[in-house]
Structure formats: C-alpha cells, structure tokens
Design a protein around this ligand. Structure first.
Ligand code: AMP
Length: 186
C-alpha cells in the first residue's frame, strides 16, 4: 500500500501517518522529520534545507524531488510506504507519479485530513515548535493554501483522493481512514 497524507500544519498528519504505519505494517517517510534530522546532523541536504525550514518556507522542489527519487529506491520502502509532508506542491506530486511510473509502482490513495483553518491555527499555537512562531506559522498556512491545496485537485482528477474529517479525535480520524481505505479497496 502506498499512501500520501495531505493536510495543513496542525492537521494531525504526523499522528495519523504513524498510526497508519503501525496498523498497516508499512514504513513511514515523514519529510519534515527527515529534514529536521538532516539539519541536526549537518548533512549536505540539511545544509541546503536549513534556511528554508527556519523561515517556514518550502525547500525548493528540485532538492526534495532528487532526495525522494533516491530514497524510494531503497529496499526498505520497496513494498509500500506512507508519505507524510510530501508532496507539498503540484510539481512534487507530478514528479512523484513520474518516478513511481519508472518503478512500475503507483500511489493507492492520497488522504486529505480536512481541518478548518481556525482549528489548524489554534492547534499549531498549542504545539509551538520553533518553526511554529506566529509569523512563521502564518507563512506555513499561506503556503499550504497556495501550494498544497491545488494538489487536491490533482489527485481528485485521478480518482485517488480520499477526504477525511480531521476535526475529530485522533482515534476517530484513524478509524475513518482505515474504514474508507477498506471501503475503496479493489
Ligand atoms: P513539516 O514538519 O512537515 O511541517 O515540515 C517542516 C518544514 O520542512 C516545512 O515548513 C518546510 O520548510 C520543510 N518541508 C517539509 N516537507 C516539504 C516539502 N514536501 N516540500 C518543501 N518543503 C518541505
């Protein structure tokens, strides 16, 4: 199973992705976490990413597309994955499909955790990581609207989009995701 989790900052992507991985026994690739680890380790990717992550800006597409291109070739993710925080732009979504086509693989579902903007805002303020400071948070929300929302249309057109009400308890959201996947399994 290959799943993409989409949602704004504070939508619950991380929590839901982690539980899905446990429930479906597939590995997690969480791009925000990977980038933070690379930054902490001062790797080449970390050094390239740090100025963007610090400001809440998106890391340029070419850098992450190259990274994902190499990462998805590794054996541990050959039989499936949950991708969290990627794709975040329509270009990343399209390039991901090209990459998977070359590997004779495809995404099963893009799961959109739909949460009202005011709820995203209050959850993120409560979470308050260093890249969740007010101006940075606002920038992340704006980028989500501008860059990530168009991806929904991309997956909808390809009949891959599953929309979940993310404004519920984490347990209910997880149950809803598992139920909708089950109901749509071919
Ligand atoms: P996250 O924890 O998923 O909110 O990601 C933290 C930060 O990592 C974001 O604010 C971006 O700077 C960067 N980032 C994560 N995923 C992506 C992506 N797919 N494209 C560009 N930048 C990303």
């Amino acid at each position: 199973m290959r799943l993409v989790i989409l949602g704004g900052p504070g939508a619950g992507k991380g929590t839901q992705a982690e539980q899905l991985c446990n429930n479906l026994s597939i590995p997690l690739l969480a791009l925000g976490d990977i980038l933070r680890a690379q930054i902490a380790g001062e790797t080449d990717l970390g050094k390239l990413a740090v100025p963007y992550v610090e400001k809440g800006e998106l890391v340029p597409d070419d850098i992450l597309i190259r990274f994902i291109g190499r990462r998805l070739l590794l054996w541990d993710v050959f039989n499936g994955w949950v991708l969290e925080g990627y794709p975040r732009t329509a270009f990343q979504a399209e390039e991901l499909d090209f990459l998977l086509e070359d590997l004779a693989q495809e995404i099963d579902w893009a799961i959109w955790l739909k949460v009202p903007t005011e709820v995203l805002l209050s959850r993120s303020i409560d979470r308050a990581r260093s890249d969740d400071e007010p101006e940075i948070l606002q920038r992340r929300l704006d980028l989500f609207e501008e860059r990530t929302i168009p991806i929904l249309e991309y997956y909808e057109y390809r009949h891959k989009l599953l929309t979940i009400n993310g404004d519920q308890s984490p347990e209910q959201v997880q149950q809803d995701i598992l139920a909708i996947i089950e109901a749509n399994s071919h």
